[in-house]
Structure formats: C-alpha cells, structure tokens
Ligand binder design. Structure first.
Ligand code: HQG
Length: 186
C-alpha cells in the first residue's frame, strides 16, 4: 500500500475506532458508518488534499496487511481496536481452544495479578497464532512475552469471546488462571 493510502488508513482507524465525534460521525451498534458520511467528513478536514474516494477505501481494505476495516454495502467499520465511549457490539463466537497475547515483559507482574484487561480499549485483544502475537508484543518490547490463553476453559466459564478479523480475537477481561507464560518464543 502506498504512503498516501497508509496515511488515509490511519486516519480512518482514528475516526472509526477512537474519535468518531471529531468527524461528526456516530457509529451504529456494530461500529458501522455510511462511507459517504466518512468521506465527506475526512475530506472536509483536509480541503487542500486530494480527496479520498470510495475506491481508495476499497483498495485499503483489499491490500492492507492487516484486515482492520470491513466494507458492507454502503457502510464501513473498524473490525477491532475501539476505544470510543459507545461500546461496539461484536459477534460472540466460540474461540479456538488456545489463543495468544504478545505483550511487554514489564507488564507481566500486573497481568498475572489482575489478568488481561482491555486497558484503553473496549475489549482485550488476542491473536490466533504465535507469530501475530509476537508482532503485537514487539510494538512495546523488542523481546516480547508470549502469553498462552486457555480460551476453551475461559469460554466454558462464561467469559465472552468475539470475532475480530480471524487473526485478531476480542474478549472480556481474562483472569490470570487462564494465562500461561510461554518460554523462549521470541
Ligand atoms: C497490556 C494493534 C498491565 C496489554 C495490535 C497490552 C493489536 C496490561 C496493553 C491491537 C494488563 C494494551 C491491540 C494489566 C493488559 N496490567 N498491562 N492487567 N492487561 N495489559 O494496544 O493487545 O495495528 O490496547 O498486554 O496489532 O497490544 O492498531 O492492546 O500490551 O491487534 O490494527 O496493555 O492493536 O492493531 O495495549 O493491541 P493495546 P494490544 P493495529
């Protein structure tokens, strides 16, 4: 994806995940907005910039290395990552038996004390595979810690798991009893 589209993708994530109100947008219950409303708002904020078009959005969704956004008919949403105050409803689903969470080593004492918490976001974010989890963890630590989440047992105990994009799973807070630290994965 070229740098123009990368920049637009980041702005769209900001609007759809974190601050829709700054763009005069209101997300629906599943996090969708009308593409026409999003484009009007984004383009109004940058009058001197080449306008963002519906086909730019389609190209971002089709070519991004991570499936961050979803287009459905005339609407678009962020699939995960929300921190805005209206809680977005994601479809509850049965997770794989095991999921992973990559994080900074310095967070481990707190995580094994309090469990995995959503922190600034609406849900805990988990990865379906180890390489993805390590990549997430490397955003905060060059040698990230890898947590193995007993999703089967957590889900059976009533903790909610929700679909993100297939690679990213969302969950309610996960107590420490469902977490194990993997050794020497990074
Ligand atoms: C940590 C990016 C202390 C948690 C990524 C994480 C992902 C605790 C940080 C997606 C804690 C929150 C989400 C506790 C959790 N005590 N620290 N009790 N519980 N934490 O960014 O999962 O590129 O909100 O381990 O790739 O890192 O933006 O969550 O380190 O998919 O599309 O608190 O965001 O996707 O950080 O990342 P985040 P995350 P995009």
């Amino acid at each position: 994806m070229n740098s123009r589209l990368t920049h637009i993708s980041k702005e769209i994530s900001y609007a759809l995940r974190h601050h829709p109100e700054e763009y005069g947008l209101a997300l629906d219950a599943q996090g969708f907005v009308e593409i026409a409303d999003l484009l009007a708002a984004v383009n109004a904020k940058h009058p001197g910039r080449r306008p963002v078009t519906p086909s730019d959005l389609e190209e971002i969704v089709a070519t991004s290395e991570k499936k961050r956004h979803e287009i459905s008919g005339t609407r678009i949403r962020a699939l995960y990552g929300h921190s805005c105050k209206e809680k977005v409803v994601h479809e509850q689903a049965v997770p794989p038996s095991v999921l992973y969470h990559g994080t900074a080593r310095r967070f481990l004492p707190s995580i094994f004390d309090q469990g995995l918490l959503p922190m600034e976001r609406q849900y805990v974010h988990l990865s379906a595979d180890i390489p993805t989890a390590l990549e997430v963890g490397r955003r905060r630590d060059a040698k990230p810690a890898l947590l193995i989440v007993d999703a089967k047992r957590a889900s059976a105990s009533g903790i909610g798991f929700y679909e993100g994009n297939g690679s990213v799973w969302l969950a309610d807070p996960i107590p420490p009893e469902y977490l194990a630290l993997a050794k020497d994965e990074s």
